[in-house]
Design a protein around this ligand. Structure first.
Ligand code: 5AD
Ligand code: SF4
Length: 443
């Protein structure tokens, strides 16, 4: 048998890219590839790129430049660029960096094996189309089903129709598309048969999910979650990322009465100033967001909230920024992501007067200080509580395992290795900067 070829994939950006990279690796398994952790060993290098912030394209070009030596040593090495920079830059990538053999946009990954074959024939391969087909169906693994860790991502929805004024996603990932529910359910069952106990449903706007249901009708995310909850052996369900305007009543209700749906919600608001929210084209206000949070907490009082914030958006004044701090104080987030506004060419906000970097830096520091303080307080409140922990891997200390609590906190526990992949009952005993410590009550 021929020696398998080796594929090195470097993944940037969001969880959706992590999922896509896994699927691409599985699809390339059908072309005789196994994955490797070192680019030096690889027959093919694939950069799965992100375009959401900063000079992402420039970073990709400098990373590509580093492969020059490898390619000179190994002329058969194929180099590909996937992901949102591939979608945004297209052919330009090959023009600027001739060592690139292949450029593939996020909607064309199922065509990767044919594209690789084309590069083996000495040609360049480019595909940044938005085809109609369900790429994930076509990306199904053809190799033997490998055992997996206890947690997995599952993409159910892609793309975004919201057009926030700062964001490239609607351009790079295209319009909202939901996968039919039967395909999602079949993939979930398959994951469970491979050892998965927790699934995080992914989508750029996952709560806008409206897929074709098993009964031919349109199913929203709540219905999909309820059907997934019926899958034996699947113990935990999460979803990310959501838009406040798509938090429908039945989804809020599911947080209250679906025990497998974990008490954690990532619900970005971006700013606490109505003037800025309007300029961001967010189509909600700070107050409507706060009322929404109240309703979610009524349904599930112990839910841990997470969010995204942008500081230094064009025209943001000190008062606007103060409004963001006030909103954070009212919500009390368990954890958050916060970013300096980064100008993205082609988006409406890129045309507006930009704020100085020093103002953005100062605001980010103040916001992060408040968010860190909230995170520490909420972690400290967990001490003494009993939680479920899904053990994922061994910890750094002997006899220690690490897993995630229902609220997605990382928890370190002295526990027998046989509990890996299982959910244990744990009492939280301490809180460190980004994790908790606990003791096992029962396995
Ligand atoms: N600048 C800074 N942050 C951004 N995000 C999206 N676009 C930009 C941008 N141009 C952030 C938003 C979004 C998260 C995924 O990334 O907060 O929710
Ligand atoms: Fe981007 Fe999210 Fe806004 Fe869509 S809803 S445009 S993905 S920030």
């Amino acid at each position: 048998m021929a020696e398998p070829k080796k594929l090195f994939i470097k993944t940037y950006g969001c969880q959706m890219n992590v999922y896509d990279s896994e699927r691409m690796a599985e699809a390339m398994g059908g072309s005789g590839y196994v994955t490797t952790d070192s680019p030096e060993d690889a027959d093919m290098i694939l950069l799965n790129t992100c375009h959401i912030r900063e000079k992402a394209a420039e970073k990709v070009y400098s990373e590509l430049g580093r492969f020059k030596g490898l390619k000179a040593e190994k002329p058969d090495l194929k180099i590909g660029v996937a992901g949102c920079v591939a979608q945004a830059e297209g052919e330009e990538i090959m023009r600027r960096q001739p060592l690139v053999d292949l450029v593939v946009g996020p909607q064309s990954y199922h065509r990767l094996p044919q594209m690789e074959a084309k590069t083996r024939a000495g040609e360049k391969a480019l595909d940044t189309d938005f085809p109609e087909e369900d790429k994930f169906e076509k990306l199904k693994s053809r190799g033997p089903a490998a055992k997996r860790g206890p947690t997995a991502f599952l993409t159910v929805q892609e793309g975004c129709d919201k057009f926030c004024a700062f964001c490239v996603v609607p351009y790079t990932r295209g319009a909202e598309v939901s996968r039919p529910a039967d395909r999602v359910l079949a993939e979930a069952r398959e994951l469970v048969s491979r050892g998965v106990r927790e699934i995080t449903l992914l989508g750029q706007n996952v709560n806008a999910y409206h897929g074709e249901g098993a009964d031919g009708r349109d199913w929203g995310l709540a219905r999909l979650i309820r059907e997934l909850a019926e899958v034996d052996g699947l113990d935990r369900i999460r979803y990310t990322t959501s838009h406040p305007n798509d938090m429908e009543d039945d989804l809020i209700k599911a947080h209250g009465d679906c025990p497998k749906l974990m008490p954690y919600l990532h619900l970005p608001v971006q700013s606490g100033s109505d003037r800025i929210l309007k300029r961001m084209n967010r189509s909600h206000t700070a107050d409507s967001y706060l009322r929404l949070i109240d309703r979610i907490r009524e349904a599930r009082p112990d839910i841990l909230l997470s969010g995204d914030f942008i500081v230094g958006f064009p025209e943001e004044t000190d008062d606007d920024f103060e409004a963001t701090l006030r909103l954070v104080e009212q919500v009390r987030y368990g954890q958050c992501y916060s970013f300096k506004y980064s100008t993205r060419p082609g988006t409406p906000a890129a045309e507006r007067a930009q704020l100085p970097e020093s103002v953005k830096d100062e605001r980010l520091q103040r916001l992060q200080a408040l968010l860190n303080q909230q995170q520490a307080e909420i972690q400290a409140e967990m001490v003494g509580r009993e939680v479920g922990v899904l053990f994922e891997k061994k910890g750094r200390l002997p006899g220690q395992l690490v897993g995630k609590s229902d609220h997605l906190h990382a928890v370190h526990v002295i526990a027998p290795e046989a509990l890996l992949g299982q959910i244990g009952r744990v009492r939280i005993t301490g809180s460190a900067s980004h994790s908790l410590a606990g003791e096992l009550i029962a396995g």
